[in-house]
Ligand binder design. Structure first.
Ligand SMILES: *Cc1c(COP(=O)(O)O)cnc(C)c1O
Length: 425
C-alpha cells in the first residue's frame, strides 16, 4: 500500500469522504487521491516522494509558484510579531490601499477569510443597499457554497433555481434567478419579469468553474447596462480571475466597472483570505457604519495579510501577464495540435494562465454546451498525464492554472506529457 493510500484509508474513517473539499476526492476521474507533503515552484511532492508538475496551483492562488521565497519570508517576518491581534493592524491598511491601486472600482474594501464569504457578503450588501431580494446568477458559475448561489441551471431562462444541495430551503432558492451565460435576451426577460425586484446580477466574468468559458462580445457590457438601467448592482466574482489575468482582473481587460467585486485565492498568497469591495457609498452600508452586518474573528489576519501583500507586490514588480499568456498559448497549441493529429474533436479555451480541454466538437459558450464534453475521455486523459508526472484538475469541468514557476523545463516537459497522453487515448 502506498503512503497516500494508507493516509486515505485513515482519512476515510474520520473525515467525510476523506477530504475537506469534495473535488479533491477524485470522484469524477476515478481512483484515489494522492496526498501532498510539500510543494515548491511548479512541483508537488507526494507522500511517497513522487514529483508532479502541478497545474492546479492550489486552485488558483499559487500564481508565483508554490512556497515562493518572498511570500515565505513575509509570513516568517509577520510571525515574529504575533499570529492574530483582534484589533486593527497596519497590514490591513496597506492591503486595502494595494487593492484600490490594482482594482480602481474598489473604493473601499472589507477583508474576510474565503471566496465564499466574499460573495455571500457582497450579495447581502447588494440586497441591503437596494432593499430588494432577488439576485440573478448564471448556470455553471460558482460563487462559493453559500445558500443563495449554490444553484445551477433552471430548465429555461425564466425558471427559478432549484438548490444544488440538500439543506437549502426552496424558499431561499426562489430568490435566485438562474440564467444561461452569454444569453442577453434571457437577462432582459428576467429584468422585465421582476420589475424593481432584482438586487444584483452576480457573474464570473470569465466563468472558470465549469471548465473555462469566455463571454461573447458585448455580453458583459450588456450586463453593465441592464443593471444600471434597472437599479440593480453588478457584482463581478473575480475570486479566480482577480490578479490572475491582469493586475485589475477581467474588469481591467474588458473595461467594465462593476459596483462590487469579490476577491480571494491569489489575494491570500496561499493563506485563507477573501475580500469584497466597491463604491464607497455602497460599502459604507456595512457595519459599523451601516445596517448590513458582516464580521470575522480572524478577518485581516496579520499572517494572511503579509502573505497576500507579498503576492500582490510581487505581481506589481514582475508584471508576469505576458509571460504567463505565452505559456498558456504554448499549452493550448500542444493540446489542440495533438487532438488534431489524432482526429479527436476538442475545444481548448485559454486566456492568459488559465486553460482547459473539452472533448467535444461543439463550441462551448455556456453550461449546457460545457456538459457536452466527454468526461470519461477526460478521465483517461487525466490519468494518462498523472501517470507520467503531470497533475491536472481532477475533473472535466475545472480550469487548469499556470504559474511563473512553470516557465522553462516544466512547461516543455508538461506539454510533451499531455501530447503523449492524447496520442494514447
Ligand atoms: C473558488 C471560488 C469561490 C469560492 O472561494 P473559496 O475560497 O473556495 O470559498 C468563489 N467564486 C469563484 C469564482 C471561485 O473560483
Amino acid at each position: 500500500m502506498s503512503a497516500s493510500d494508507e493516509l486515505f484509508a485513515r482519512a476515510l474513517k474520520r473525515i467525510p469522504g476523506g477530504v475537506n473539499s469534495p473535488v479533491r476526492a477524485f470522484r469524477s476521474v476515478g481512483g484515489t487521491p494522492f496526498f501532498t507533503k510539500a510543494a515548491r515552484g511548479a512541483t508537488l511532492i507526494t507522500a511517497e516522494g513522487r514529483e508532479l508538475i502541478d497545474f492546479v496551483c492550489t486552485w488558483g492562488p499559487a500564481i508565483h509558484g508554490h512556497n515562493h521565497p518572498r511570500i515565505k519570508e513575509a509570513i516568517a517576518a509577520a510571525l515574529e510579531e504575533g499570529t492574530s491581534f483582534g484589533t486593527p493592524n497596519p497590514y490591513e491598511v496597506r492591503m486595502a490601499e494595494l487593492i484600490h491601486d490594482f482594482v480602481p472600482s474598489i473604493g473601499k474594501v472589507r477583508m474576510c477569510n474565503s471566496g465564499t464569504e466574499a460573495t455571500m457578503s457582497a450579495i447581502r450588501l447588494a440586497r441591503g443597499f437596494t432593499k430588494r431580494d432577488k439576485i440573478i446568477k448564471f448556470s455553471g458559475c460558482y460563487h462559493g457554497h453559500s445558500d443563495s448561489v449554490l444553484i445551477k441551471a433552471g430548465s429555461g431562462a425564466m425558471t427559478h433555481g432549484h438548490p444544488d444541495s440538500a439543506g437549502i430551503p426552496e424558499a431561499f432558492a426562489r430568490e435566485t434567478v438562474v440564467l444561461p451565460f452569454n444569453d442577453a435576451a434571457a437577462v432582459d426577460a428576467a429584468f422585465a419579469a421582476n420589475p424593481g425586484g432584482i438586487a444584483a446580477v452576480i457573474v464570473e466574468p470569465y466563468p472558470a468553474n465549469v471548465g473555462l468559458i469566455l463571454p461573447a462580445p458585448g455580453f458583459l457590457a450588456h450586463l453593465r447596462r441592464s443593471c444600471s438601467s434597472n437599479g440593480a448592482l453588478l457584482i463581478f466574482d473575480e475570486v479566480m480571475t482577480g490578479f490572475r489575468l491582469a493586475k485589475g482582473g477581467v474588469q481591467e481587460i474588458e473595461k467594465i466597472a462593476p459596483d462590487l467585486t469579490a476577491l480571494g485565492k491569489i489575494i491570500g498568497g496561499g493563506l485563507p483570505v477573501g475580500a469584497f469591495g466597491g463604491r464607497g457609498e455602497i460599502m459604507d452600508q456595512i457595519a459599523p457604519l451601516g445596517p448590513v452586518y458582516q464580521a470575522g474573528t480572524l478577518s485581516g489576519n496579520p499572517l494572511a495579510m503579509a502573505a497576500g501583500i507579498a503576492a500582490l507586490e510581487l505581481l506589481d514588480e514582475t508584471l508576469p501577464y505576458e509571460r504567463l499568456d505565452a505559456l498558456g498559448r504554448q499549452v493550448r497549441g500542444a493540446l489542440s495540435g495533438a487532438c488534431r493529429a489524432k482526429g479527436l474533436d476538442a475545444q481548448v479555451p485559454q486566456v492568459g494562465s488559465m486553460f482547459c480541454i473539452f472533448f467535444t466538437s461543439a463550441p462551448v459558450r455556456d453550461y449546457a454546451s460545457a456538459l457536452t464534453g466527454d468526461a470519461k475521455l477526460f478521465a483517461r486523459f487525466f490519468h494518462g498525464c498523472l501517470d507520467e508526472g503531470v497533475y491536472l484538475p481532477p475533473s472535466a469541468y475545472e480550469t487548469a492554472f499556470i504559474s511563473t514557476a512553470h516557465e522553462g523545463a516544466a512547461i516543455d516537459r508538461a506539454c510533451e506529457v499531455m501530447e503523449s497522453a492524447i496520442r494514447r487515448l
